[in-house]
Design a binder for this molecule. Structure first.
Ligand code: AMP
Length: 190
């Protein structure tokens, strides 16, 4: 079973590369952000709760994310593996996630971190906001999301380095070339 965490700041290309990884390795894609946007679209209670945080560029509380994630994993018992995109985003999430996966005997296989500088991230996110209408891709909210990333999510790089699971891939350039690098990291580490 391949359990891959695709890690990186907002705009690093996690969604793009997750889609390609899902096709190549036949994995189930779990994007917590996509799940929340879907819930918002369906006007569910969970969606309403998440939207209040997302619109401000803040993180949805850990317990909400973890409950949701658990139910998605358990609904996909036959999966060959998963690509986790946008999760975990806090140390608490990562620790609870480890416990959750231990119980199910499906540990994290590796973490691939996409390395992209802030200027490039801002340019990409502003462009995506214009093209997609995503309400949190506005300059003001983008700034807050990058702060949240630096303060709450980036410490996970040390967490996974400590577990010898972290691999970094430079995330600027031709998409297919970046994807090749991600695949060679996966193929030589699982
Ligand atoms: P994303 O599509 O991954 O950029 O996520 C969009 C927004 O959804 C984030 O800015 C958060 O508000 C929320 N979100 C997504 N994943 C998580 C997570 N793992 N923990 C907390 N909030 C999350």
């Amino acid at each position: 079973m391949l359990n891959l965490i695709l890690f990186g700041p907002p705009g690093a290309g996690k969604g793009t590369h997750s889609d390609k990884l899902v096709k190549k390795y036949k994995l189930v894609h779990i994007s917590t952000g996509d799940i929340f946007r879907n819930e918002i679209g369906n006007k569910t209670e969970l969606g309403k709760r998440a939207k209040a945080f997302m619109d401000k560029g803040e993180l949805v509380p850990d317990e909400v994310v973890l409950d949701m994630l658990l139910s998605v994993i358990d609904r996909n018992k036959d999966a060959k593996g998963f690509v986790f995109d946008g999760f975990p985003r806090t140390i608490v999430q990562a620790e609870k996630f480890d416990e959750m996966l231990d119980k199910r005997k499906m540990p994290v296989s590796l973490v691939v971190s996409l390395d992209v500088n802030d200027n490039e991230l801002i340019t990409r996110l502003v462009k995506r906001g214009i093209e997609s209408g995503r309400t949190d891709d506005t300059e003001e909210v983008i700034g807050q999301r990058l702060n949240v990333y630096n303060n709450q999510t980036k410490p996970l790089l040390d967490y996974y380095t400590g577990k010898k699971l972290l691999h970094t891939v430079y995330g600027i350039g031709v998409i297919d070339e970046i994807f090749e690098k991600i695949c060679s990291v996966i193929d030589s580490n699982v």
